[in-house]
Design a protein around this ligand. Sequence first.
Ligand code: MN
Ligand code: MG
Length: 615
Amino acid sequence: MKRAGGAQGPTAQLRVLATTDLHAHLMAHDYFTDRPSRTAGLVWTASLIRRLRAGSDNTVLFDNGDFLQGNPMSDWVAANPTALADAAHPMIAAMNALGYDAGTLGNHEFNYGLEFLAEALRGATFPVVSANTLDEAGQPLVRPYVVLDRKISDDDGASWPVGIGVIGLAPPQIALWERISLGDRIGTRDILATARELVPRMKAEGADVIVALCHSGIGAERAEPGMENAAVPLAAVEGIDAIVTGHTHQVFPGPAWAEGGAIDPAGLLHGKPAVMAGYHGSHLGVIDLSLFREDGRWRVTEGASLAVPIADRQDPVVRRDPAVMAIGRGVHRRVLAEIRKPLGETTVPLQSFFSLVGPDACLQLVADAQRARAVEALAGTAYAGLPLLSAVAPFKTGGRAGPDNYVDIPPGTLVQRHVSELYPYPNGFCVLVIRGTDVALWLERSVSLFHRLVPGVMDQPLIDPGFPGYNFDMLDGAEYVVDPTRPARTDASGRVLDAGAQRIVALMIGGRALDKDETVLVATNGYRAGGGGGFAAAISGTVVHKDALSTREVVLDHIRRTSPVAPVACPTWRFADNPGTGAWFDSGRGAGAHATGAIYLGDTEELFRRYRIAF
Ligand code: MN
Ligand code: MG
């Protein structure tokens, strides 16, 4: 990549700006908590876009996917498709106004169906590329890549043509995650195989510089077939000059990354500049490329990257962008009216501060709603008499989203937005029939959330921070004991580490031991039924009911019908007794009012409240 010694010729600078995982966070408002936000919203990021454009003569702006889904605004638009008349989807309209040069599809672009997606993309005045998401005939759903024919000013001010190739890549797991909702209508290909095939074509079609819009995270360095987070091996693909990564909602470059191997925390993957701009518009990704011209083509000599935060800075330039505000304002008002509509009442607090360490009322409410719906749907069918489990996972359990990322609803009036807090995703509701052996495997996958504990030690971490709470399924209707001193079956991503692992001890159903050969119903969602989250046990089940309602609508309906709700946590699971053994875990800022049986140890640097439990 280095310029040949002594060669003379024009040089130029190209700045790539990128957003990722905006998840419909257009306005500076958190609709889940109904509070203004200083850490999310394209209205903030837009002012950084304008400022960083001013710092370079040659700038392109890309979005890296997961822009259409993710909050009550996106749900409102999907539920009211005619309300906007012929105006573009507000996210698309904002991206048009900001002059995006290209975008790509993330996994969440498919959540509202293919027709909704196609309609939204029709409003875009910029190309949206995705090379490895396919239709039922195996053809790309949208154009796989684009070579933007642009002018670039060199360092002496002369103008030249430049071909900027942009290829889009997304996790091939989309086909599994959307299997229940889209079936054969969507297919995918391996990220690396797709890139290796198409990058030479882009070069042949005039791409001087190639930027990969990789809606995939910085994961393992070694290439594996079908890998979900493939940014590192992708960077090694010859011909790719810069990588925009995302999907895992992290920030790169940044201090959280360890030096070593192919990852340089200063912003390089395999020596090539790469960036991951957080999520919800929290950061703007910047990649600066130095080019020189040789043999009639531009080549990249070097690059540097930066993820610029919108918050935590004393910067009067970071303001809410008036043009983007104006685009979002109308829908924003309607969404606010919607989320504030009263639904019913709860007589108990609904909170998720301790959802990872025992059953609680919050998850119970969702489990009860799913159970009621499943019973109703299967009444009179051959499945009606089978044991029924209701699979529920906590969606808000701190993690990367911070110490306020918990459900915290006081007793009193429940409004629409509370249901979005209890169930943020637009997953379809469905019921599976699975074998008894798979019930145990389902749970083994869930409880791999816990680190393996050393017996007799009190000061050790309980929870694997890489394991998302939404993959910690509790199976309401069963009763089981979890022993984290035993080895885990899987790692955080779902890869099997120990096929014989048995942390679940004493698994009961309806007061008796579960028979491994019996068949059991599981009320769950389409993401899980498609194997999402590495639940092989769910894939092997058969879908016996696919609901017209989303799970969130099921919960909403349940609250309306049964208000005032007063969910009481069933004793579904507990930790095995291990005298002299304990472990610590982190919870949210509001946890203090709800701690029972956990000892408060103090606050962490990130303002989580740290607790210890003894077994
Ligand atoms: Mn995302
Ligand atoms: Mg994603």
